[in-house]
Design a protein around this ligand. Sequence first.
Ligand code: F6P
Length: 363
Amino acid sequence: MPAMANAAPHVAILTGGGDCPGLNAVIRAVTLALMRECPGARITGVERGFHGLVARRVRPLAEADVAGILAEGGTILGTHNRCDPFAWEGADRSAAAMAFVRELGIDALVAIGGDGTMQIAGRFETLGLSVVGVPKTIDNDLPATDRCFGFDSAVAVVAESLDRLATTARSHGRVMILETMGRHAGWIALEGGLAGGADAILIPELPFSLQALAARAQERERAGSSLLVCIAEGVALDGAEPVRQAHEAAAPAADPSAQPRLGGVGQVLQQRLQPLVGCEVRSTLLGHVQRGGTPTAYDRVLATRYGVHAAELVAARRFGRMVALQNEHVTSVPLAEVAGRSRPVPPDHELLRAARGTGVLLG
Ligand code: F6P
């Protein structure tokens, strides 16, 4: 990649949206690669995502700051999944954020985040900030990339949880329901469910039938065995709205455009299924365990590849782009292709074929 016209650019890095394993690996890779691509570059970490630009909270990043963080979960910069500077606490703070960016002399921003972060980054770009995006979300639902880092780590947690639930389900002859995250996409439940040997996988993209699930549970009951169900939080049991967390209504977000928090469908399913079967039905909500902890080896490597490519894009002054993985190759796509869009599981996806092929009940 050609060196940057401005040989020593000032580059800001931020992590936005929900955290996930691998964020620190990206921060480390961007920092280390920028130092090599653009000798003398200044690197500034923005704290708590875009909130840091509103609250004026930044810190310098140097090689010593990123030493030893490759395998560390979370993000050393902190994050925020409810701060859109264009609509924050009832006001548009984007002009103030841009003034702060200019004061600092920032030449470019590397924004690591999901669809919301890419959307906000795209809007800052129209205000004159040069941006490179890096796709992060355990939900794996960003378009134009085959994989977001963090997803593999979440899937590993789901698989291990199902392994553990399977033994206790068998011992008691129970139906065990595991609810995963994933927002409106079923990727985590589908891949995690396959990896953990779930008997039924329920995702928002497919129609749900309580009768079919009850029939499968009764079959297992007659055979004296158990049933393992993996359900994504975004499943709408009645074809209506997904179940929202109860406390959402009590504490509305400062950013009214923030996504509603989902959660609790596993328990609702338990209540509906229980009267239809003879055995006990229990449910487990996995929650943030899926987002915490150390990234898998796959995610560490993917995050490193993404970070290095992001630094290369900055050095080549190829802005307005998001790093992406396509057919195993790291490349980049225009931010506009991604911002505000999501990628549900397609009905003909190969993973669904693999599930059907092994007798998994899909819904
Ligand atoms: O987008 C990532 C994600 O973990 C979703 O799967 C989940 O619905 C949401 O974030 C949870 O957000 P919060 O941490 O705000 O509860």
